[in-house]
Design a protein around this ligand. Structure first.
Ligand code: 2BA
Length: 104
């Protein structure tokens, strides 16, 4: 069994969640904040059988857009602010093994 974490853009969160539920997956959705941009994003986690991982990844991929932001980054304290282009996503996904899964 695998645990999939996916960080997606706020604007894609509801859609990704709806599509995962529609496909029959149990999903937990959490409000999160990216450490770099400090913008709100959405983190999902779902525990699935190994043979369902690709299906979940495909749904997340299909419904997560790539977005480009222009920011003024203050990368070093005291240094001048630098204009920067940052591409986010589609989604950042982590897949890990589950040692034990129980509903008690
Ligand atoms: P943020 O940390 O706000 O990062 C937003 C975007 O800024 C990133 O997009 C990446 O393009 C850029 N970025 C991040 N750190 C950077 C740095 N030190 N220098 C230059 N550019 C940087 P994504 O890679 O698509 O990541 C989207 C969000 O996914 C991240 O939001 C963060 O919440 C999460 N994430 C990405 N990689 C992660 C990781 N290794 N561990 C945990 N969360 C991660």
């Amino acid at each position: 069994m695998k645990l999939i974490f996916a960080v997606v853009n706020n604007d894609d969160g509801n859609n990704v969640c709806a599509e995962l539920i529609k496909a029959g997956f149990s999903v937990t959705k959490m409000a999160s904040t990216g450490g770099f941009l400090k913008k709100g994003n959405v983190t999902f986690f779902t525990a699935v059988e190994d043979d369902k991982v690709d299906e979940v990844l495909e749904i997340i991929k299909t419904h997560s857009q790539k977005r480009t932001y222009h920011i003024n980054a203050d990368l070093t304290i005291g240094a001048p602010v630098t204009p920067m282009e940052v591409t986010i996503g589609g989604a950042t996904v982590f897949v890990t093994d589950i040692e034990r899964f129980e509903r008690v």
